[in-house]
Write a protein that binds this ligand. Structure first.
Ligand SMILES: Nc1ncnc2c1ncn2[C@@H]1O[C@H](COP(=O)(O)OP(=O)(O)OP(=O)(O)O)[C@@H](O)[C@H]1O
Ligand SMILES: [Mg+2]
Length: 592
């Protein structure tokens, strides 16, 4: 049912629920207004107890509304959602998020209705397990429950429907392997198509090709790096054009060359790493070079000091060259005399690098971190194909690329705005986990709902051979599966019922990869078009949707227990105490 037609009257036990309503916050009211759900029972604190039929109807209504909201996001032409979150404070501000990612969208919402909260958990589970497929799962859940309600009206018991759904899901999972295609590490083109399918419709249309190939490179690179995980893919954000985003097989650090005269691009870099500084340490005058006290009485003394300082430090700097390095990285400082000498020797030097970064550089390049430049030998030198200083508006970076042992993978992510940077990063990480899943099990499925159409067709044949009452539910499961291609077509502005009839007929005649071409509305082979979904994503979606629907069908009562007044007082006392105000003051305030 379209949202604008949802009225309180559509929702069972409305009065009962509104009766005990607690105060609603302004933000919630506003959200209701935004979604057009004013006064719907979907949100906030009520206590109620309902009977079996009422529970099913009421939960199904909530599911219908929420899945209806998410379903418009499905597919390459799916629409975006804007979530406006009011932030507190003296001058309240608003955080506006526009997204096409269903998991992100749902994570921004707060439902008070328990089924709403469960659906948010469903999105988290699917996103956490496979990083994609949330919108399709929601479309399936909505369709499975709406089909279940039709069966209920025909008098079928919820337990029979749940059993039928379980049978159908098991059968569908068995058939997935047969429909799938094999894909391996060498199939870069196929992997690129899977990445493109995952990224399409996410608001980066002009950069889809660039991002897909980057995502595939990243996923493949991660297989070469031991213990690589999405959490240790370092993302360095910079203003710029998305098309200049690049993958770095090595290390990126936020730093700069010690002087502008030093080389900024060093090919075939030979890298020395030091824990110690290169400074003139006047041990007689002070135990620490930072605290040198000068007691010159004559100008000559000062000159001789400066000369010896330059001579000693130059000699130290030359040791870097003698060890064969053309890049020096040190944890500590560099005397200006050392900088000048290194510069004249054509050595690029980076100083005051964090401990952690020095270790990362050393392990990636194969260098050994040395204490005291005097101890530096050719054996301590590491290598990288390229060391380059990158200048940007928000700071300078040094990248070490083409390292022999890249312990981490880095991405220099360029994008025109901060908002966009986070969107693209999120999108890339999801797509990377999708490709990694594909590489793990080596199988992909025809996308665009073609797999769902094939499964629906074979389930219908299967149900025809099942003599039990569960066969009705198997048939309904098939109908629900078809809602995925149907929604993709509808979201693209096509006449979904006409297309579905044609495709259903084609699939009933035998195995085919025909689906809908979303630009023309004609039937076409979607595998040839490169629309491919990972098997894991479809499997997870089927399992989660079936399990969730079964759980809803098995519920016969919902009992909501609101927090008691004492509990509320205790909770607020605690919050006050955490904020630093004495709890007793507040109790007094409250009791006056
Ligand atoms: N060019 C295309 N033609 C037809 N279908 C496509 C095309 N590109 C992608 N799809 C299909 O769109 C569906 C994915 O859409 P979408 O990414 O919006 O939803 P989701 O993956 O289920 O949810 P989410 O990405 O929000 O977690 C998949 O079934 C995919 O095969
Ligand atoms: Mg997706």
């Amino acid at each position: 049912m379209p949202l604008d037609r949802v009225t309180p009257a559509d929702i069972p036990s409305q009065q009962q629920m509104i009766a005990d309503s607690l105060k609603r916050s302004a933000a919630r009211q506003q959200f209701l207004a935004y979604t057009g759900l004013k006064k719907a029972q979907l949100f906030k604190d009520y206590a109620w107890k309902t009977g079996r039929e009422e529970t099913l109807q009421s939960n199904a209504k909530v599911v219908e509304i929420i899945t209806g909201i998410v379903s418009t996001m499905l597919g390459p032409k799916g629409l975006d959602k804007m979530v406006v979150k009011e932030m507190g404070g003296v001058r309240p501000t608003r955080k506006v998020t526009i997204t096409n990612d269903s998991a992100e969208f749902l994570s921004l919402l707060e439902f008070e209705h328990p089924v709403g909260t469960l659906l948010v958990d469903v999105a988290k589970t699917v996103d956490g397990e496979v990083g994609d497929g949330v919108a399709s799962t929601f479309v399936l859940i909505g369709a499975l429950l709406s089909e279940a309600l039709k069966l209920r009206r025909l008098g079928l018991h919820p337990a029979v429907i749940a059993r039928g759904y379980e049978m159908a899901c098991r059968q569908a999972l068995k058939e997935l392997e047969g429909i799938s295609l094999e894909v391996g590490e060498g199939d870069a083109a196929l992997l690129g198509q899977v990445a493109t399918t995952a990224i399409s419709g996410k608001g980066v249309a002009s950069f889809t090709a660039k991002l897909s190939s980057l995502v595939v490179d990243l996923a493949l690179e991660m297989r070469r790096v031991p213990r690589a995980d999405l959490s240790n893919v370092e993302v360095y954000r910079m203003p710029g054009n998305i098309s200049d985003t690049s993958l770095i097989r090595g290390v990126v650090i936020r730093n700069e060359m010690a002087s502008r005269g030093m080389p900024r691009v060093i090919k075939d870099a030979r890298i020395a790493t030091l824990f110690t500084p290169i400074v003139f340490r006047d041990m007689e005058r002070s135990p620490s070079y930072d605290e040198v006290v000068f007691n010159f009485t004559k100008p000559e003394e000062m000159k001789s000091y400066a000369d010896s300082r330059y001579r000693v430090v130059s000699l130290l700097a030359e040791k870097v060259q003698r060890a064969g390095a053309n890049v020096l990285c040190t944890r500590k400082g560099l005397d200006e005399a050392a900088v000048a000498r290194l510069e004249s020797l054509g050595i690029a030097a980076i100083r005051r690098i964090s401990d952690e970064d020095v270790q990362r550089i050393a392990s990636a390049t194969g260098a050994r971190v040395v204490s005291g430049v005097g101890n530096l030998t050719a054996d301590d030198i590491g290598t990288a194909d390229l060391v380059e200083e990158v200048w940007s508006e928000n700071g300078n970076w040094i990248k070490f690329e083409g390292c022999k042992n890249p312990a981490s993978i880095s991405v220099l992510l360029k994008s025109p705005s901060e908002e966009m940077t986070f969107e693209v990063e999120h999108l890339m990480k999801n797509a990377i986990s999708t490709i990694r899943n594909v590489l793990r099990n080596g199988r992909v499925l025809p996308g665009g709902g073609v797999t769902h159409l094939s499964l629906a067709s074979s389930l219908r044949k299967h149900s025809a051979n099942t003599g039990s009452r569960e066969a009705f539910a198997v048939e309904s499961f098939a109908n629900a599966l078809e809602e995925v291609p149907s929604t993709i077509a509808r979201n693209a502005g096509l006449d979904s019922s006409k297309i579905l009839t044609r495709l259903r007929a084609a699939h009933s005649r035998g195995p085919t990869r025909l689906g809908v071409d979303i630009s023309t509305g004609e039937a076409c082979d979607l595998v040839e078009r490169g629309v491919l979904d990972p098997l894991d994503v479809v499997r997870q979606s089927l399992i989660t949707a079936t399990e969730f629907t079964k759980a809803i069908l098995r519920l016969d009562q919902v009992i909501f227990t609101p927090t008691t007044r004492e509990e509320q007082v205790r909770k607020r006392q605690q919050e006050r105490a955490e904020r630093g105000k004495r709890a007793e003051d507040w109790v007094e305030e409250k009791t006056v």
